[in-house]
Design a protein around this ligand. Structure first.
Ligand code: DSN
Length: 421
């Protein structure tokens, strides 16, 4: 860091400020986490210098011996971690991974079917303004209005009516178990391919605390940086039959040179996720989410679907505070040091920039070693802030307590920037 401080103090200062912000706030954004020191070191390595278009053993440029070793190890670890026949570790992000699957198995104009964005789906599953919605013909399934859960009978009915070429299972705002086995049966019955996007739950799947989509889905895509606690970026897992077409879709289809420093960091994270401690970590994420949910329910906050089975929960603000938007609520919480995001809830009347809900998740606070007792305090603070009408005195008082807890639970194994010379 000293090197950067000397060469570019402007950027160094911002990095240090962000480090302090992360240390001093509670990260409850369900898709965020704190990576380990080893992951950070790999990410900041000189592997970034190398061009490596192609795949191990088949590169366009010379000098890739070490890069080939890194990428091969990463591929083998990804396969082992999830029990997959083939892995492509080059996608720069989750959306790139999804697009590569579409490129590999669809023609523009083919039908895809994913979960309704407003019910918890993802932009890259066919949203009309996203490339997935522009190039492919999208239809959707949603949650049941009463239970706010997926009704697999209803999904089956819609799939058999719509006959998509590719069915997509996976969500970015769904607090319940996804029944990948039922999705697999439906896809087989309808004669379509199935892609499972496990970006949010990959760490839970890897640890065996959420059912795996393998072998039910032909394609499984994920990011690495949510519950899996790796660097930003994506991965595609698939059956051997699709290996060549997936690899060709990623490169040269969609991307240029792979980010080998990121691939090295993915490999480090996959190694960490194979350790017994990671199983305990993943189980603790869920225990914390359930504890936070129970404490909020006890304070009369309604949760979408009534609770959670995974790492996330969503508050429906309307029952306690019909006038309060997710935008305002997340702003007040952030001012108190509790970082969440506004999120549409199923059948939300408000627009996505306002929303009637907030989404929160426990991967990052669990990384800091917090447990159910801390979740009780967090629920209490959330309740106080949301009941306060944004009262500055309440926000100030809560932010003091948040800071105290953050000091008790520092981000572990995270080298300070000063350690990275
Ligand atoms: N932005 C991610 C999330 O927060 O869920 C999805 O891409």
């Amino acid at each position: 860091m000293k090197v950067l401080q000397k060469a570019d103090p402007e950027i160094a200062e911002i990095i240090l400020a962000e480090q302090q912000r992360q240390a001093d706030t509670l990260e409850l954004i369900a898709s965020e986490n704190h990576v380990s020191g080893p992951v950070l070191v790999a990410l900041g390595s000189i592997l970034t210098d190398k061009y490596a278009e192609g795949y191990p053993g088949k590169r366009y440029y010379c000098g890739n011996t070490n890069i080939d070793s890194v990428e091969t190890i990463c591929i083998e670890r990804a396969k082992k971690l999830f029990g997959a026949e083939h892995a492509n570790v080059q996608p720069h992000c989750g959306t790139s991974a999804n697009l590569a699957v579409y490129m590999a198995c669809l023609k523009p104009g083919d039908k895809i079917m994913g979960m309704e964005l407003a019910h918890g789906g993802h932009l890259s599953h066919g949203m009309r303004l996203n490339v997935s919605g522009l190039f492919y013909n999208t239809s959707t399934y949603g949650v049941d209005p009463k239970t706010e859960r997926l009704d697999m009978g209803q999904v089956r009915k819609l799939v058999l009516e719509q006959r998509p070429a590719l069915l997509i299972a996976g969500a970015s705002a769904y607090p319940r178990i996804i029944d990948f086995e039922a999705f697999g049966q439906i896809a087989r019955e309808a004669g379509c391919l199935l892609m499972a996007d496990i970006a949010h739950i990959a760490g839970l799947v890897a640890a065996g605390v959420h059912p795996s989509p393998l072998p039910h889905a032909t394609f499984v895509t994920t990011t690495n940086h949510k519950t899996l606690r790796g660097p930003r970026g994506g991965v595609i897992l698939c059956t051997s039959e699709w290996a060549k077409r997936i690899d060709a879709a990623v490169f040269p289809g969609l991307q240029g040179g792979p980010l080998e420093h990121v691939i090295a960091a993915k490999a480090v994270a996959f190694c960490e996720a194979m350790k017994p401690e990671f199983k305990q970590y993943a189980a603790a994420i869920i225990a914390n989410a359930k504890a936070l949910a129970d404490e909020l329910l006890a304070r009369q906050w309604r949760l979408v679907s009534g609770g959670t089975d995974n790492h996330m929960l969503m508050i429906d603000l309307r029952t306690r505070r019909p006038d309060l938007t997710g935008h305002q609520a997340a702003g007040w919480l952030a001012a108190a040091g509790i970082i969440t995001n506004k999120n549409s809830i199923p059948f939300d009347q408000r627009k996505p920039m306002h929303t009637s809900g907030i989404r929160m998740g426990t991967p990052a606070v669990t990384t800091r070693g917090m447990g159910p007792a801390e979740m009780k305090a967090v629920a209490d603070w959330i309740d106080k802030v949301l009941s306060s009408d944004g009262d500055q005195a309440v926000i100030d008082e809560v932010s003091k307590q948040v800071l105290e807890m953050c000091r008790q639970f520092p981000i572990p194994n995270n080298p300070t920037c000063a350690d990275i010379e």
